[in-house]
Design a protein around this ligand. Structure first.
Ligand SMILES: Cc1cc2nc3c(=O)[nH]c(=O)nc-3n(C[C@H](O)[C@H](O)[C@H](O)COP(=O)(O)OP(=O)(O)OC[C@H]3O[C@@H](n4cnc5c(N)ncnc54)[C@H](O)[C@@H]3O)c2cc1C
Length: 298
């Protein structure tokens, strides 16, 4: 069977794209590896009408709604390869036959390349967080830290100070320039130059961080903004033009979410510099409508 659209990634972006196409009664197939980026968090915040819901439940609900449309098929597994085949596309999925379609939507998400610091990885999404809009309120007015990973971290420290008294851990890195130091001081951010050697407390709780000189700094949450990379290499395989985002590469798209490769669309974290579930879902809606228009007018 030749689908109207294949969607690689069945999370906030992919399922939203699929819903637009399902409601246009188009044949759509969603291939999903089942590893959404926020799977480490017990609750998702800020999504319209669903604040505080477990992310897995949100996705299961969305998938359930989509399954009610007869033109939708789901394939659980990883797409390993995508190629242009005539005026359409073919993808190879682990352990299954090739799937073919007229259009392709990439919604395979990003992975966070976490710093290698003892005690950090197991607290990711609980007491080690990235986005204060997603997980800042839960730590309101409590001592917070920001780990220096790159130039963007000083900006993050200024932001986090709105949620609680903040320490910016330079982690052995260079002192910020005078202008940045003045901005941090204006936000009452304490600068700690020493290297952080471990996170402490009964995981996933956090009591604080241990510094290389033996001192302990009490914290309720440590914020880090890790660099990101694509969950799979299919955008590169297809030759999509990529842009540099603040924390990693993203796929360049036009206003309809079409990439530089005609017929290939990209949505969600992989196709925008600022990331959250709402943006990803909105991107998916745009990509789904974009694909539908292209099926008719393209
Ligand atoms: C710890 C944490 C907590 C977060 N909390 C919040 C929050 O509270 N509120 C909020 O709005 N945002 C939150 N976010 C951000 C949110 O998770 C992302 O913005 C959102 O998940 C992006 O959706 P997406 O559909 O683009 O990608 P993802 O959700 O990452 O989904 C990508 C999907 O594609 C699949 N996939 C990957 N490669 C392949 C392949 N080759 N073949 C098939 N399938 C593949 C994956 O398995 C996955 O299911 C959080 C992020 C993190 C890291």
């Amino acid at each position: 069977m030749r689908y109207d659209a294949l969607i690689i990634g069945g999370s906030f972006a992919g399922l939203s794209a699929a819903m637009q196409l399902a409601r246009a009664n188009r044949a759509v197939c969603v291939v999903d590896g089942g590893e959404p980026r926020n799977r480490f968090a017990a609750a998702s915040h800020g999504f319209f009408g669903q604040d505080g819901m477990p992310p897995g439940e949100m996705l299961a609900q969305a998938r359930g709604k989509l399954a009610a449309y007869p033109s939708v098929r789901f394939v659980d597994g990883l797409a390993r390869e995508a190629t242009v085949e005539g005026d359409g596309f073919a993808i190879k999925v682990d352990g299954g036959p090739s799937l073919i379609s007229r259009k392709l939507v990439l919604a395979f998400g990003l992975k966070d390349d976490l710093p290698d610091l003892p005690g950090l990885r197991e607290r990711w999404g609980a007491t080690v967080n990235h986005c204060p809009y997603c997980h800042g309120y839960e730590f309101l007015h409590r001592p917070l830290g920001v780990l220096n990973l790159h130039a963007h971290s000083a900006f993050q420290a200024q932001l986090i100070a709105d949620w609680g008294p903040t320490t910016f851990f330079l982690n052995g890195g260079a002192r910020p320039d005078d202008e940045t130091s003045a901005r941090l001081a204006a936000r009452n951010v304490t600068i700690e130059p020493e290297k952080v050697v471990a996170l402490e407390g009964e995981s996933p709780d956090l009591t604080g961080v241990r510094l290389a000189d033996g001192r302990f700094v009490e914290l309720a949450s440590l914020f880090v903004a890790p660099r990101t990379s694509f969950q799979c290499p299919i955008a590169e395989q297809l030759g999509c033009v990529l842009d540099d985002g603040p924390l990693g590469r993203v796929i360049q798209t036009d206003a309809t979410k079409q990439t530089s490769v005609p017929g290939v669309y990209a949505a969600g974290d992989i196709a925008r510099p600022m990331h959250n579930a709402t943006f990803a879902s909105a991107d998916g809606v745009m990509a789904g409508a974009g694909v539908h228009h292209a099926l008719i007018f393209g």
